[in-house]
Ligand binder design. Sequence first.
Ligand code: HEC
Length: 163
Amino acid sequence: MRRLSVIASVTIILAIMISACQQQGDQVIESRWAGETVQEAVHGFENQFGGFDQTMMETNYRYNELYWAGVDENWGYAEYQLDEMLGNIEKGFIRRPERQPSSVQFVDQAAPRLMRAIKAGDKDAFMESFNRFAISCNTCHAMEDVAFIQVIVPENRTTLVRF
Ligand code: HEC
């Protein structure tokens, strides 16, 4: 009997919590485009953040900056770009966790190897590691069924940062 009443109270508390959450989700809000309720706004923001393509557009920019930073032996900038790139990719995995397994070779091998060359200020090691780094980007693309996206080592300087 006692156990039954505990179960009953827990069920009632849960029901209240769920309905409170639902009510919060249904709560009407004022917004210009995100939606009319909290739930719609959450969906609106998630859609606006986009998927892994947004992550990769930033990766692409940082990849280019990183390369020219190494060519210029601007090691502070190179380290900054690689750190930012990895942080951004980590955030991408929050949105698209199913992409993460294919990136292990990139995150655990190619990137740390390049970082070691940067920290050592060793341009020859940087150039060699960068080739492997590019291959590692493409390995993930192949594993993720986007093998048609083949990145190369940058050829034309487009960065506006000078050292
Ligand atoms: C998780 C493994 C993974 C790694 C590591 C990775 N990519 Fe990607 N990349 C993808 C996927 C998946 C897409 C397709 C995006 C989508 O479908 O949402 C993509 C797309 C791209 C695109 C096209 C973006 C667009 O929409 O215009 C570029 C450019 C790109 N990657 C560059 C790179 C570069 C440069 C690196 C290495 C520094 C890299 N990627 C590393 C998985 C990866």
